[in-house]
Design a protein around this ligand. Structure first.
Ligand code: NAI
Length: 246
């Protein structure tokens, strides 16, 4: 089991929601955390709210679809901390529509933000982790990437792709002390799902064996496991879904 004390973690899309909870949980476990979000105001606000004890939180805005923005993020982190031990690819969006009505823009935006982003962010960080011969990468996928979902062809494809990326990086980097795993959340209470409205939310919840939506902290617990205790686990996808396997 690895201690998370003083490990450096980068969490993308951590201004709010699941990403913010992941950052808080890693911080609580002793890590130093980089809060990073496309929304500059959220990045600043969340970083300052979490930085209670001082010096262990860095807020750096970053758009994960933009290579220059990623380079700026890494350059800024390297001024404060020399390593990156943990990367959580969490930033994501939805642009739901039934397949026949889905525009190319809706398709591309979701592929760019949920899948290509992980390629772009992970590549330079893997270089660093390879030199360190240590790293923990956790990708936030979705049960939709495993089972599919009505109105989410773009999102299901991106998240399925992220799972393929996870398993391949796991194979290619196992010998260098780097693990790569994915958490596949079910239906979690965040602004992303609140946008669906009460009626649809209630219909979903009726189908969940545990009878409730998941909380961002439920996902954070799985990420902390992969980042800390799961030293001999790689290439895995853990569904955190209250028992809803469809
Ligand atoms: P959210 O919408 O509350 O938070 C997502 C955050 O990502 C926002 O702060 C947003 O500003 C940021 N973001 C969006 N585009 C970005 C970009 N290009 N660069 C950097 N940051 C960007 O959503 P939530 O629910 O917290 O989702 C987090 C992750 O969990 C996403 O990958 C999502 O697909 C995944 N997920 C969520 C589920 C849910 O039920 N809420 C279920 C399954 C997966």
């Amino acid at each position: 089991m690895d201690s998370l004390v003083d490990k450096v973690a980068v969490v993308t899309g951590s201004g709010r929601g699941i990403g913010r909870s992941i950052a808080e949980a890693l911080l609580h476990a002793g890590a130093k955390v980089v809060i990073s979000d496309i929304n500059e105001e959220l990045t600043r606000q969340t970083a300052s709210e979490l930085n209670g004890s001082g010096g262990r939180v860095l807020g750096v805005p970053c758009n994960v679809t933009n290579t220059e923005s990623i380079e700026t993020l890494l350059a800024t982190v390297s001024k404060s901390w020399e390593r990156i031990d943990i990367l959580v690819n969490n930033a994501g969006i939805t642009r739901d529509s039934l397949f026949m009505r889905m525009s190319e823009d809706q398709w591309q935006a979701v592929i760019d933000t949920n899948l290509t982003s992980a390629f772009k962010v992970t590549k330079p960080i893997l270089k660093l982790m390879s030199k360190q011969r240590y790293g923990r990468i956790v990708n936030i996928a979705s049960t939709t990437g495993i089972h599919g979902n009505f109105g989410q062809a773009n999102y299901a494809s991106a998240k399925a792709g992220l799972i393929g990326l996870t398993k391949t990086i796991a194979l290619e980097y196992a010998s260098r002390g780097i693990t790569c795993n994915a958490v596949a959340p079910g239906f979690i209470d965040t602004q992303m799902t609140r946008a669906l409205g009460e009626e649809i939310i209630n219909k979903f919840v009726e189908r969940i064996p545990m009878g409730r939506m998941g909380l961002p902290d439920d996902i954070a617990a799985a990420v902390v496991f992969f980042a800390g205790q799961a030293a001999y686990v790689t290439g895995q996808v853990l569904e955190v879904n209250g028992g809803l396997y469809t």
